[in-house]
Design a protein around this ligand. Structure first.
Ligand code: NAD
Length: 250
């Protein structure tokens, strides 16, 4: 593997599982120093240990913890080159607007959207000082299309991530900071497995709409993130990067 990320310092939120974990492995294989952030201590520490990186336990909805996790990365490794703002939660069991209560709605916005606002707010000043940086925010294919399953709070949170990424990509382009939104289709991770275990028919309904006829493996998403993090994507910012098996194009 070419070491496109040699010497770069990357902070990954939600690094203990699924897409974040696969990306931590991929970044490390490409030469990056990886800071693994997760609210779950056991999972996050295990990931950091595996990639010989640093574990920072943080809840990405907590402003002070978000500020501190980037400061720790810079204090430990000397820079912040890549921020992969990826931690997120799945929708409530029935996420129809007629069912989802205000508290459940707010919780999804907090973890999936406000967290990305906080991460960008505290990552950007470090990147401004360096005059460069790459931010990748995990949205979802449901940010650009209606899903076959009703998930109002989740889709709204991901639409917000997409719009915010575009805004920031434009605002900070001249300062060398690229901001792109990653929009995965359904990925075979614990988040998806849990959702489908509760409602097996949901999996079948979803699968039917994916032209490639299967769910993604986390490693396929990690490959796209590594591209967005690296100089191979140097002319891309404010971009909606769909890695979705064709679901949004069908
Ligand atoms: P996952 O559940 O496997 O991993 C998510 C990780 O985030 C977990 O380790 C969890 O502990 C951590 N986390 C959750 N809340 C946190 C918080 N408040 N602070 C810090 N860490 C927290 O999920 P995944 O499938 O890998 O999803 C990663 C991202 O990709 C999410 O934003 C999700 O919405 C998005 N996404 C997933 C899919 C999919 O099909 N799996 C599709 C599109 C988008």
């Amino acid at each position: 593997m070419t070491e496109r990320l040699e010497g770069r310092v990357a902070v990954i939120t939600g690094a203990g599982s699924g897409i974040g974990l696969a990306t931590a492995r991929r970044f490390a294989a490409e030469g990056a120093k990886v800071v693994c952030v997760d609210v779950d201590e056991e999972r996050g520490a295990k990931a950091a240990n595996e990639v010989s990186g640093l574990f920072v336990q943080a809840d990405v909805t907590d402003e002070e913890q978000v500020r501190a996790m980037y400061q720790t990365a810079v204090d430990t490794y000397g820079s912040l080159d890549i921020a992969f703002n990826n931690a997120g939660i799945s929708p409530p069991d029935d996420d129809s607007i007629l069912v989802t209560g205000l508290e459940a709605w707010k919780r999804v916005q907090d973890v999936n959207l406000t967290s990305v606002y906080l991460c960008c707010k505290y990552a950007i000043p470090h990147m401004q000082r360096q005059g460069k940086g790459s931010i990748i925010n995990t949205a979802s294919f449901v940010a650009v299309m209606g899903a076959a399953t009703s998930q109002i709070s989740y889709s709204a949170s991901k639409g917000g991530v997409l719009a915010m990424s575009r805004e920031l990509g434009v605002e900070f382009a001249r300062q060398g900071i690229r901001v792109n939104a990653l929009c995965p289709g359904p990925v075979n991770t614990p988040l998806l497995q849990e959702l489908f275990a509760k409602d097996p028919e949901r999996a079948a309904r979803r699968l039917v709409h994916i032209p490639l006829g299967r769910f993604a493996e986390p490693e396929e998403i990690a490959a796209a993130v590594a591209f967005l993090a690296s100089d191979d994507s140097s002319f891309m910012t404010a971009n909606t990067f769909l890695v979705d098996g064709g679901i949004s194009g069908a």
